[in-house]
Design a protein around this ligand. Structure first.
Ligand code: PLP
Length: 405
């Protein structure tokens, strides 16, 4: 097969691979518990359904402007003002095919070959691969104590003349950590001082628990939107449970946005018109579903943390947001890929290995499912790992025998 070196160097998406594996097992009648999922199961907002249906029934579905329909851009501008307290214009907004594509458009717009992008660990699996796809280099910055909060001096120590951007994702996938506002302040000040772009991936900003609060990077910026180095990425996938619609957006300085429009025009032309209508419905419609989802996730998070705290040897930090937690299983195995594989094979539980997020010994567990799934999933993991477990259990009507140490 004669594929490019670049394409060959790109790692498979572990989450997509695991989803596929779980789907195949389920199709074969296996009672799999999916603690790897990256999407809420709640229904999409009714206003999104109505808006998309109304668009569909016109039977007039066309290309839209590359940067999005005027109606959706207007809704995003309002959303931005409400959530960030910053007034932007249509010249600062581009609608994309999901937040993932938004980040790709940003990186395509910013990066030359050999440029460096600072990525804070643990990180969302796609960031390093997306940077590599631009022939640029991801530079990973971990936290001093091996936990989830990086220090500004560690970021600063990794800056070079090639550093073009820093990506910050808070609340964070996979850890659920909400970065402290002092850290956000420090990173904004550092980026502005050094002329580095700051890409804020705010996709989980509404899914925050227990009185933690989201800190907008603009709060600490000395610049206005058109001179700002801050690039905000957001979308409807997570808070509105609209992963299938593939709508995200970028808000940034006008001069950058013009190039982003060229990038998108020559790649996807524009996001789907029906999906954009659905997003208008979601953003302009009744917002109670977002809070209902947040409360549901907070409750599930509490259940999962409680189950994990009762699990000897596991270290767990209470997530401040998202729908993930990232417990440390290194007391059982330091090889997270092997551990995740064992748990799927022996206990039919899907987890995502920490190695994929830049942190060995951890597993990412998602609590988007039901309380029953969370409790049973953790019970099965315990059964598989604890040498004092009973020799056999039933999973569904399947008898599982513990034939390992
Ligand atoms: C941190 C982060 N950013 C971006 C995305 C992509 O979101 P979207 O589905 O809108 O492309 C995800 C999805 O898992 C994510 O976890």
């Amino acid at each position: 097969m004669n594929v490019s070196q670049l394409a060959r160097s790109i790692a498979e998406s572990p989450t997509i691979r695991l989803n596929e594996k779980a789907r195949l097992l389920r199709e074969n009648g296996q009672p799999v518990i999916h603690l790897g999922a990256g999407e809420p199961k709640s229904k999409i907002p009714i206003d999104a359904v109505l808006s998309a249906s109304a668009q569909l029934t016109t039977a007039d579905i066309r290309y839209t402007p590359t940067d999005g329909t005027p109606a959706l851009k207007k809704a995003i501008i309002r959303y931005h003002e409400e959530n960030y307290g910053v007034i932007v214009g249509p010249e600062n907004v581009i609608v994309t095919g999901g937040a993932k594509q938004a980040i790709d458009v940003v990186l395509m717009t910013l990066l030359n070959a050999q440029d460096e992008v600072i990525i804070l660990s643990p990180y969302w699996v796609s960031y390093p691969e997306m940077v590599k796809m631009k022939y640029a280099n991801p530079v990973i910055v971990g936290s001093e104590d091996g936990r989830f909060h990086p220090r500004i001096q560690d970021v600063e120590a990794k800056l070079t003349s090639y550093t073009k951007a820093v990506i910050v994702n808070s609340p964070n996938n996979p850890s659920g950590a909400v970065y402290r506002s002092e850290f956000i302040q420090q990173i904004v000040e550092l980026c502005e001082k050094r002329g580095i772009y700051l890409i804020m991936d705010d996709i989980y900003h509404k899914l925050i628990f227990d009185g933690n609060s989201f800190t907008s990077a603009y709060k600490y910026s000395k610049n206005d939107i058109n001179t700002s180095k801050i690039i905000v990425v957001n979308g409807v996938s997570k808070a509105y449970a609209m992963t299938g619609f593939r709508i995200g957006w970028i808000v940034c300085a006008k001069c950058l946005l013009e190039t982003m429009i060229n990038v998108q025009a020559q790649t996807t032309s524009c996001p789907s018109m029906v999906s954009q209508s659905a997003a208008v419905g979601a953003l302009n419609g009744v917002q109670s579903g977002v809070e209902a989802l947040r409360v549901f996730l907070q409750n599930n998070k509490n259940v999962m943390v409680q189950e994990l705290r009762a699990f000897e040897g596991i270290r767990i930090e209470d997530p401040g947001g998202t729908f993930y937690c990232f417990p440390d299983f290194s007391a059982y195995s330091k090889d997270s890929v092997g551990l995740s594989k064992t748990l799927l094979e022996k206990a039919l539980v899907v987890t995502v290995p920490g190695k994929e997020f830049g942190m060995e010994g951890h597993l990412r567990l998602s609590y988007c499912g039901t309380v029953k799934e969370i409790k049973e999933g953790i019970a099965r993991i315990k059964w598989a790992l604890d040498p004092n477990s009973p020799n056999e259990i039933y999973i569904g009507d399947r008898r599982m025998v513990r034939d390992w140490k």
